[in-house]
Design a protein around this ligand. Structure first.
Ligand code: NAP
Length: 288
């Protein structure tokens, strides 16, 4: 079997765990995998992707800040990528790029199959309205969550996401200032990159101020990030008394497995690589 060429594009990308995850999937399935990390900005991405295809690239993951740019470069996109307005997986077919988005299904699978969180009918707060929030919101709705409240620093983006989801009465935008009087949630998801800002290594910086009244004894709190970037929100969740405190490692592994299936036709088992990543210091670095 010849080695296919795959990559993850993003900026920054040096610390990405994706090459390690895909190498593991390749070994497990016996499929030869060559997977690299390619640094590209929104400006250099179109040329870098073209060069990758010319060099035999047949599939790619796309991360911050390129997911919207990737959508624009696709000849065709899946329904879930269109709903998300963002592409995290590219597949080369007939000399063109086809785009998909596995972030939402990755999160739902991690929560339901690994973390034991039943998301059905759960009153949910989504913090953030960027690419990741756009990816996970439709999947959470499809998985049967209850009411969904969305807050974002730039309120117009929260309003736009609510409008896009198109479920008046079930999905609502709120201001951060309203959160102290909004009650408890079953599921609180941090989909911001606030703690990525320079110097944001503790709860006082980067992360928006959140009242502990959002959290009850049965609440699951989830940060889509992992490593150092997830520390402030997860520390807040623990201090608030959350029942489950979950980072984005499982989501990362599950979205990668869905991408692997799109490229190779086989969905690898994920528990092994999840455990291996958990045991490594690698989780203490900032990655995609
Ligand atoms: P993005 O498109 O750049 O969106 C960033 C979001 O964070 C926006 O809602 C932004 O608000 C908000 N934000 C940034 N700085 C903030 C601050 N200081 N205070 C409050 N809000 C702030 O990024 P993304 O693609 O959505 O990614 C978000 C996070 O999810 C990243 O850390 C990423 O690594 C993680 N992620 C993880 C996985 C996984 O597989 N585990 C997958 C995807 C994403 P504004 O709209 O006001 O700018």
């Amino acid at each position: 079997m010849s080695e296919s060429r795959h990559a993850v594009f993003g900026h920054p990308i040096t610390h990405s765990l994706s090459p390690r995850i895909h190498a593991h999937f390749g070994r497990q399935t016996g499929i030869p995998v060559h997977f690299e990390a390619i640094d590209a900005t929104p400006e250099t991405f179109p040329t870098a992707l073209e060069a990758f295809a010319a060099g035999g690239g047949t599939g790619a993951n796309v991360t911050l800040p390129l997911k919207e740019a990737a959508l624009a470069l696709c000849a065709e996109v899946s329904d879930r990528a269109r709903r998300a307005g963002a592409v995290n997986t590219l597949v080369r077919k007939g000399g063109q790029w086809h785009g998909d988005n596995t972030d939402g299904t990755g999160l739902v699978r991690d929560l339901t199959a690994r973390q034991g969180v039943d998301v059905r009918q759960r009153r949910t707060l989504l913090i953030g309205a960027g690419g990741a929030a756009h990816g996970v919101a439709p999947a959470l709705i499809d998985a049967g969550i209850g009411e969904l409240f969305i807050v974002n620093r730039t309120t117009a983006r929260a309003d736009a996401l609510v409008d896009k989801l198109g479920l008046p009465g079930r999905v609502h935008a709120r201001y951060f200032e309203d959160l102290h009087a909004i009650g408890e949630f079953d599921l609180v998801i941090n989909a911001t990159s606030a703690a990525r800002e320079p110097g944001s290594t503790n709860a006082e910086s980067g992360l928006p101020k959140l009242p502990t009244s959002l959290v009850g004894t049965r609440t699951a709190c989830v940060d889509l990030s992992y490593g150092e970037v997830a520390i402030p929100f997860l520390a807040w969740a623990r201090a608030a008394g959350a029942h489950n405190v979950i980072d984005g490692v499982g989501m990362l592994v599950e979205q990668a497995a869905d991408a692997f299936k799109l490229w190779h036709g086989v969905r690898p088992y994920t528990d092994e690589v999840y455990t291996a990543l958990r045991e490594r210091d690698a989780l203490l670095v900032t990655a995609d």
